[in-house]
Design a protein around this ligand. Structure first.
Ligand code: PBG
Length: 327
């Protein structure tokens, strides 16, 4: 057969397949989310996310030790306060659960990099991501509280803040507040294109907001829209965002690619709780090969254009990188 082009030539030898890979995965780009609950001696399984746990400030070092051992360098903290109120005051309290977590963590494992998720939904009695007005969130009243939350997290030791609330103007409000407090070198990773998604379901259990009955469609994006993601991304960049995030990841690979093609800043993807839970559930049922699925889905997110991946599988992925089973 006279064939000049035989793509299989480059697939016949495993060493050549590895040589020509277009997507490579580095442990350095992984971020592992952790849930810290107010209280003492807590190491509690999160039912909706098998394998994930909630820790209290005093047990947190055990979790951080595992992270460090796995070779994951970056963690993101979510706080779960014992008391919630209308205005989410636990989010910006100097001695709030997440602030105390940063203080302990930075001391215990200074080699790790700490990121604070900035939002109010875990701290409000109604479960919305800000101050309530009628049946939605009052954008402009929420901004100063988000800014206060960000500053308090950085004062406590966070090296980066990641606002996930989707209020308009929050990146600018946070940037100004950080600068005014002398934190002009602290980067903001903005959840820029964050869609209102059923994939966040298990997170509500993890973060103790499972009493939340409403939805976030008046602030998070409608998943029918692609161009709107670019509008959000450009707005956040104009306001001073350093890193742009797309969330969720797996059903939004087209958005990741779109954003990657448009901007010259790092793009992060958040593979959320529902993506994790689906893989865990199917693996538990014996329906899929868990680590092969982790490798393939993770690679697809990077191939789509993500530079950074926030994932509950971070430790597993790091082990797979180490053993040459991914990347
Ligand atoms: C807080 C926040 C949420 C997630 C990250 N930050 C929940 C939500 O917006 O409803 C979801 C993360 C996940 O599902 O893993 N606003």
């Amino acid at each position: 057969m006279e064939l000049l082009k035989r793509p299989r030539r480059l697939r016949l030898d495993g060493r050549v397949r590895e040589m020509i890979r277009e997507t490579r995965i580095s442990k350095d780009s992984l971020i592992y989310p952790l849930f810290i609950e107010e209280g003492k001696g807590i190491i509690k399984d999160i039912q909706a996310m098998p394998g994930q746990k909630r820790y209290s400030v005093d047990t947190l070092p055990f979790a951080l030790e595992e992270v460090a051992k796995a070779g994951v360098k970056n963690v993101m903290f979510f706080g779960i306060p014992s008391h919630k109120d209308e205005c989410g005051s636990g989010a910006y309290h100097d001695h709030g659960v997440v602030q105390e977590a940063f203080r302990i963590a930075v001391k215990a494992f200074p080699e790790l990099y700490y990121i604070g998720d900035v939002c109010m939904c875990e701290y409000t009695s109604h479960g919305h991501c800000g101050i309530i007005k009628g049946d939605t969130v009052d954008n402009d009243k929420t901004l100063p509280l988000l800014a206060k939350t960000a500053v308090s997290q950085v004062e406590a030791g966070a090296s980066m803040v990641a606002p996930s609330d989707m209020m308009d103007g929050r990146v600018l409000a946070i940037r100004k507040a950080l600068d005014a407090a002398g934190f002009e070198d602290t980067p903001i990773m903005s959840y820029a294109a964050k869609y209102a998604s059923a994939f966040y379901g298990p997170f509500r259990d993890a973060a103790g907001s499972d009493n939340f009955k409403g939805n976030r469609k008046t602030y998070q994006m409608d998943y029918h829209n692609r161009r709107e993601a670019l509008k959000e991304v450009y707005t956040d960049l104009e306001e001073g965002a350093d890193i742009i995030m797309v969330k969720p990841a797996l059903s939004y690979l087209d958005i990741i690619r779109e954003v990657r093609n448009e901007v010259n800043v790092p793009v992060a993807a958040y593979s959320v709780s529902g993506e994790y839970a689906m893989i865990k559930a199917a693996a538990h049922m014996g329906m899929i090969d868990e680590s092969a699925i982790i490798a393939e889905t993770t690679t697809s997110i990077y191939r789509a254009g993500a530079d950074i991946l926030i994932t509950y599988f971070a430790k597993e992925i790091a082990a797979m990188v180490e053993e040459g089973r991914i990347g």
